[in-house]
Design a protein around this ligand. Structure first.
Ligand code: SF4
Length: 191
């Protein structure tokens, strides 16, 4: 019941694709986290939302084990060519804005949940990391990759595509929760 309501909210927020997943299939892998440590994006150890500050995959897996279901959302946009950085930036910004809206709505209905976004947190012009505490600790979530999730694998779990064809760009995020709020902390699945 709650999931059909949240799916509706996600579509209303503007996401192009919405899926549901069973968290039993999630793998929080140190290998995926190692890609962050390779620092190809230049954000490793530069934000409270990114590794190592966001916690180890083992710590995140322990938090995730409290939840049995997940809502996966995507924003897909069209690029003029493979190097259309402006379109890529716009779609990323739109996705993050939509995800912030959805997380606010979900937290209102399901206070115990675990959001995992995409990319580094861009809420502040300059992150306070590591000298001062995060300015908005309740509004920051790590990316799915930073948590050790392989996004393509999670898309498969949710039964939605990871790739929508040439000249498309897609950003993906998810929120883990329980069908019933009272199930928080009682989820018995093993890691
Ligand atoms: S909210 Fe600001 S201080 Fe906190 S992680 Fe994001 S950019 Fe850094």
């Amino acid at each position: 019941m709650i999931f059909s309501m949240l799916s509706k909210l996600a579509h209303q927020a503007g996401f192009t694709t919405v899926g549901e997943l069973d968290t039993a299939g999630l793998r929080f892998s140190p290998e995926v986290r190692a890609m962050c440590a390779a620092d190809r994006c230049g954000k490793y150890n530069k934000s409270w939302s990114c590794p190592p500050a966001c916690g180890t995959p083992e710590e995140i897996a322990q938090k995730a084990a409290r939840y049995s279901r997940g809502l996966l959302v995507q924003t897909t946009g069209i690029m003029a060519d493979d190097f259309d950085w402006e379109a890529i930036r716009q779609v990323e910004q739109l996705h993050k804005k939509q995800f912030d809206t959805l997380v606010r709505q979900v937290k209102y209905l399901v206070p115990h949940c675990l959001p995992m976004g995409c990319g580094v947190c861009t809420r502040c012009r300059r992150c306070t990391y590591p000298d001062k505490p995060c300015r908005f600790p309740g509004k920051v979530y790590p990316s799915m990759e930073a948590c050790g999730l392989l996004v393509s694998e999670v898309c498969q779990l949710a039964g939605v595509p990871y790739y929508y064809g040439s000249r498309t760009i897609t950003y993906t995020s998810c929120i883990l929760m329980n069908e019933r709020e009272n199930d928080h902390g009682n989820c018995k699945r093993t890691l």
